[in-house]
Design a binder for this molecule. Sequence first.
Ligand SMILES: [Zn+2]
Length: 115
Amino acid sequence: MERRRKTDQVPGDVESYRRAWRSYVARRNLVVVLFLSFLFLGLMIGKLKLGERADFVILLAWIGVYLAGAWWLTEWRCPRCGKIFGNRLWTQRCISCDLSKEEVAAVVHGRTLTR
Ligand SMILES: [Zn+2]
């Protein structure tokens, strides 16, 4: 039985998938951390009692940071077609070429694609 090379199974360049995946994970983790920090921030605001104006400013600033993080996540580019993967935060498939995040992860982790 002939063993197939990795490049036969994988569309495109594995290294570029790896880079893209790392970049995606970093962005996703950032958004998750920002989201969790919002809960923490809510607690802190409740405890500190800085006054409505200060609370409002802190919340507004945090929302700005969160939106920036979320925007960065949506700016993630598909490793196969090079276009923006999705315009929503948790899109599972590329809006341009239908590549799924699962498939990217499978390539990165050296599994064969099940199709
Ligand atoms: Zn794509």
